[in-house]
Design a binder for this molecule. Structure first.
Ligand code: PEP
Ligand code: MG
Length: 592
């Protein structure tokens, strides 16, 4: 937090949070404060146990009914993207093990319903907050919302929805439920800023779906503003400026104008085919985690899905999702994307992705442990169900299978056997499926880079996962900020690994794509083109920019850049050269 003027009456203040949804807005703010009920501990007598359990159950039911209503409204007005979020929250309220914990606290600890809910949900929230993976950490905000909703119902309070914010304003709140967010959107809210939340918290996800600029995780911001104060919300950089000076407003107005023009232009061109200046076709695919992202990726003109991370399906399910349920999801994606291709990656849990009930991570070295293909090969039934579901989605032949964390040939042979067994079972069951399906592997462990020439003869394609390849090559934990300065996909060893892989793929005549974050890094694109990539896969939000960059590049310039860095042995020097090239070629984009 920085104070920029001496004037105490209208002091400008810059608050820094998490950039949740892009865009810049300037306007009055509306402080939306929901009362916060923190129940006092109350110990009940044995006779009251049944009554309190009943109160708890009825309150959960009421919260569930309220969510269902919001779900229906959201579905009618905004479609699946937004509604799915309420659906996910409802599934938490259907989790019997979780609810049972509260009933046990009532029965054994003799807490009343409100306090039992408060303590159990708080513990659960803390559990989620400690997870290394951001997506899981952000689920803590769902728990918080559900806790407040149930306690409100136990106490018989009614909810003050933000029914009227008056004129369009930037809404500032402690936390917003999905329902609040949708209701506020209907009043043409300019932007959203919350004390709580992370990049994948639901306020953030909904704001992005609805195209409302948002900043979350602003900590104590609600203590610093009052309704009517002028604010600037910068969703691109995760900042909120309170009481800005006229000069600051002018600066942001200029940035707003540049941002709008660039966005409009990028989106307009994004659906065009992507070719380099020489006319070489480059395919830009999308990485997705949830099926609802399809609307976005079609809007930005993605050529297909280069990576569908299936972990989300397992996370959103109380039990292991059945073959049937998975087949439904994969088939719907394959149908919506047809004739474009869809690469479905088999379950990649372990490491920082923990799914309670399936894999509770108690290992000393989870990133080197029972992760991804290793875990699945030990769970034949679950793996078979997923393989069968993927095969069933391939009726039109546009689906491919991708295996994560492969470290050697043995694993590929094992999967090939299972895949044949899965086909056999489907035949016996008389179910329709696509017999001919490509099987590829993620290149994310150094051992498979070294063996790439041999493995290339055994699989149909490679997809380089730089997020893990960097981690395993440099021995740098991808989630540990203490060593984050050592983590770079521009490290010369990583660049060599990538080149070795693409060369091995070309030699064996199999496609090599990239789906790690490097593929969505504008700075890396010229180098990747020079190395020979024809297919990149990145998050839909960066696709318009990546496509524009490719369209404006000539391969001869990319080659020249690559030749100038390929013998540099120091990461920072490589980055310097790459940045200089980018600044010169794309001055408009350099600020992004
Ligand atoms: C990768 O490792 O680069 C990758 C795409 O997989 P994930 O980020 O899901 O581990
Ligand atoms: Mg990976």
């Amino acid at each position: 937090m920085k104070n920029k003027t001496e004037d105490t009456a209208v002091q400008e203040m810059v608050l820094e949070g998490v950039a949740a949804s892009p865009g810049i807005v300037i306007g009055p703010c509306f402080l939306y404060l929901e009362p916060f009920w923190e129940p006092e501990p109350r110990v009940i007598s044995r006779d009251e146990i049944d009554k309190e359990i009943n109160i708890f159950r009825q309150s959960v039911q009421k919260s569930h009914d309220e969510l269902k209503k919001s779900y229906q409204n959201a579905l009618d007005q905004f479609g699946n993207d937004v509604a799915a979020i309420m659906e996910m929250q409802m599934s938490f309220l259907e989790d019997h093990i979780f609810l049972q914990e509260v009933e046990e606290a009532i029965e054994k600890k003799r807490y009343d319903a409100a306090y039992a809910t408060f303590t159990v949900f708080r513990k659960k929230k803390e559990y989620f907050l400690q997870m290394p993976n951001e997506y899981f950490r952000d689920r803590a905000f769902d728990i918080q919302f559900l806790k407040e909703s149930i306690i409100k119902n136990i106490l018989g309070k009614s909810k003050n929805f933000a029914t009227s914010i008056g004129k369009p304003a930037v809404v500032i709140a402690r936390n917003l439920s999905p329902t609040d967010t949708v209701q506020l959107y209907q009043q043409r809210v300019l932007g959203l800023a919350t004390n709580m939340g992370g990049k994948t918290s639901h306020t953030a996800i909904i704001a992005r779906s609805l195209g409302v600029p948002a900043v979350v995780g602003l900590k104590k911001m609600t203590d610093l503003v009052k309704t009517g104060d002028t604010v600037i919300l910068d969703g691109n950089n995760g900042k909120v400026v309170l009481n800005p000076t006229p000069e600051t407003i002018e600066t942001y107005q200029e940035q707003q104008r540049i941002f709008h023009n660039l966005e409009e232009q990028l989106l307009k061109e994004s659906t065009l085919e992507t070719q380099t200046q020489e006319g070489k076709r480059i395919y830009v695919h999308a990485n997705i985690e949830f099926q609802d992202e399809i609307t976005h990726l079609l809007k930005v003109g993605a050529d297909g899905i280069g990576l569908f991370r299936t972990e989300g399906i397992f996370l959103n399910s109380n039990d292991l999702p059945s073959e049937e349920k998975q087949a439904e999801i994969y088939s719907s994606i394959a149908a919506k994307m047809y004739p474009r291709k869809v690469i479905i990656r088999t379950l990649d849990i372990g490491g920082d992705k923990i799914i309670s009930g399936l894999l509770d991570n108690k290992e000393e070295n989870p990133f080197l442990g029972w992760r991804a293909i290793r875990f699945w090969l030990d769970h034949r039934a679950g793996f078979m169900a997923q393989l069968k579901a993927i095969l069933r989605s391939n009726v039109k032949g546009n689906v491919q299978i991708l295996l994560p964390m492969v470290s050697g040939l043995g694993e590929i042979y094992q999967v090939r056997e299972l895949l044949e067994a899965a086909k056999e079972e489907l035949r016996n069951e008389g179910l329709k499926f696509g017999e001919s399906i490509d099987l590829g592997i993620m290149i994310e462990i150094p051992s498979v880079v070294v063996m790439a020439d041999i493995l290339a003869r055994e699989v149909d394609f490679f997809s380089i996962g730089t997020n893990d390849l960097v981690q395993y090559t440099l021995a740098v934990d991808r989630g540990n900020e203490k060593v984050a300065n050592l983590y770079s996909h521009f490290h010369p060893a990583v660049l060599r690994m990538i080149k070795m892989t693409i060369d091995a793929g070309k030699q064996a005549n199999i496609p090599v794509g990239m789906c790690g974050e490097m593929a969505g890094d504008p700075l890396a694109v010229p180098i990747l083109l020079a190395m020979g990539f024809e297919s990149l896969s990145a998050s839909h939000s960066v696709i318009p920019e990546i496509k524009k960059i490719i369209r404006e590049l000539s391969l001869s310039d990319c080659d020249a850049l690559y030749n100038s860095i390929k013998d540099i042995s120091i990461t920072s020097e490589i980055i310097q050269v790459v940045k200089a090239f980018f600044r010169e070629r794309f001055p408009d984009m350099a600020h992004r």
